[in-house]
Ligand binder design. Sequence first.
Ligand code: ANZ
Ligand code: ZN
Length: 817
Amino acid sequence: ERRYEPAQIEQKWQTHWEETRAFATGSDPNKPYYYTLEQFPYPSGRLHMGHVRVYTIGDVVARFKKQQGYNVLHPMGWDAFGMPAENYAIKHGVHPNVSTYENIDFMKKQQKELGISYDWSRELATCSPDYYRWTQWLFQLFYERDLAYKKKAAVNWCPECSTVLANEQVEDGGCWRCGTEVVKKDLEQWFFRITDYADRLLDDLDNLPGWPDKVKTMQRNWIGKSTGADVTFAIAGTDETVTVFTTRPDTLFGVSYLVLAPEHELVGKLIAGTPREQEIKAFVDAVRKASEIERTSTDAEKQGVSIDAFAVHPLTGEQVPIWIANYVLPDYGTGAVMGVPAHDERDFEFASKYQLPKQVVIQPAAGEIGELNAAITEDGTMVNSGEFDGLHNREALVKIVEKLSGMGAGSMTTSFRLRDWLISRQRYWGAPIPMIQCSACGTVPVPKDQLPVLLPEQVDFGVKGKSPLATNDEFVNTTCPSCGGHATRETDTMDTFIDSSWYYLRYISAQDETKVFDTEAVNNWLPVDKYIGGIEHAVLHLLYSRFFTKVLYDAGMVNFTEPFESLLTQGMVVLNGAKMSKSKGNVVSPEDIIAKYGADTARVFMLFAAPPDRDLEWSDQGIEGAHRFLGRVWRMVESNMAIIRRGGTPNIAGDAEKKMRMAMHAAIKKVTEDIGERYQFNTAISAIMELVNAIYSYPEQANAALKAEAIETAVRLLYPAAPHIASELWEAMGKAKSLIEVAWPVYDQSALVLDEIEYVVQINGKVRDKIVFPASATREEVEKAVIESEKVHALIEGKTIKKVIVVPSKLVNLVIG
Ligand code: ANZ
Ligand code: ZN
């Protein structure tokens, strides 16, 4: 008997798979297609346990589907642009190009050591010109479709990273990377018009049954659709008007003031030349320094100033004062609000502080309104609202908007929390935005056939507040593609979220130098059947990818509108309840675990320790347990090698044989469904363990051919989870074909039912007998036979049967009196 030595066999099989190109993407036209994908990593340097977990899950799915007869696509690549490489360059003077590819090499080696079945011929790295050429090409496509535009905008600026951050990258007012407090700065920036797609991004979530509800809810909240109305007020003594967005036009008669965001374009006009101009400007500046979170948090102090201008109520003609205040945001709705203190909590607080009137206009059903201690937000009956008095407020809401609409002073509308996507970054390590600025022609795109705009090698990383690309004159100065005159290049790079919004398409045509991807092939493979990744990408990456797919659909380049059919968000790997992280110093390294126990043990542990969407608690006992289990499988095969090699046809006449056969087919059914339908790998592993136990306890005098078949089955079921040991044992059994080419086992339904079933017989709940029936016996037959049986008959002699309870396949209980 040979000993189980993972190091040897794992190396052997990895080499074999590589040499035989075992993981090449399937291309048999008679087979269905299956695309399974794990989110590609940032090449940070080395794998952590979270990576091991997600790749193992993906690999089980890929190997399983291949054995089930699919053409499987299972690629891997690198989300390789981004700030860490650049920060490393600033600190250590190593060019990002060098450090990034070193990291990729190391991590790729680790993935191979885990035995993950990637088709490496499709590998991509977003930092390679072969890739970012097409990222730039897509930018041009967006530009042509009027989905990319430039605008001067107050942007979130991290003084530490000296870069602009997208709203999503500001966490609690700080930079998502370094935590430094974010400030506002006005810059010319490129945006993607994702808000044009807000409705579709929202509505199509309903067509994604394969996504976790949690993720869909997060996306819905992020998109944040509100239904309401725009209402326009004239500004007294001017030709100007102000339009507000309100979800409650039914409260229009309760307006006692209007509030503009301090950034609102009218503010400057309205205060110009007035005595308080300087005072008000100082207030505006102070508010602009605060982050959005600070401005909108409910416990933040509301602050405002009136600006000596008045708005005319569109229905009453009354004049109300105009204020500016911190709690009104410039880029939501219209950036202006009608203040209704009696019915809105924020307005209530503001009006209380600045002694503005509070007029109740909706009387809730319950009781009289005494003193107003808080805003009344319930529905009710209209009061103090002219011709609308007495109506239910929801009915009045519609009527009021109708009336406004007739006057040209309002209409129903919707607002979204989603903003356009700011994509400019003042950083080096990203895809250059392929645009040129010409003093004669304005903004001119670099023609598509001149892409890529290569990143210049020589730049100065250290000049704060200046994009590194702007430090290379040769890069900056160019000729205008349109007039041939002198022009300058855009020196910002694209948000790396753009790179990852389309990589799943490029895998289909990774080597194609002539186009971004092949439409026909993409339509064959996509949408991705199973996408596996972290919940931290629930909003941004997934939303952006959905946006890209819809744009490509509109451009006629793909025939589907959603990129990911089904989504699995795997939980974290934690140690004593805390996420493993370098900063916490609680990291267990994959290298050490593989060196000590082998990749198969690491994989089985990862799959067995928790359902995939839950957090997984690292435990040394768990790893030991997984290792012992594999040792047990190894010995099971080695010690039965003679009967396995002999084979033969199983004879299943006896009881023990029937039970063994049933255990075997039950395991096939369970593992097939757990992997292929429920994605519950932990219970799949348990089912294999149960089968192994059943084999060990199968009696000595057993039918050897059946035992051999059961052992073979256990090895086959183990293959997706622990492919090295399974392949090695399979070969040792003398099988001609490598396990990777063997079809997944199919269970026999008839083996799952025993042909005889033992019933427990109870009288008034007490067990009195056990009787065996054919499995096909009906409820009536069982009942009759029990009552007529000798033993029961004697026991119920002279009593009346009040009730007979039959639990099919289990028990009969007679209630007698
Ligand atoms: C008057 C009113 C009366 C309002 C009332 C509410 C209740 P959601 O649901 O989040 O869409 N609002 C509109 N634009 C704003 C902005 N730029 N900054 C801050 N607040 C803004 O909220 C819509 C409501 O938020 C709008 O309806 C408006 O206040 C306020 F009894 O108008 B409401
Ligand atoms: Zn020009």
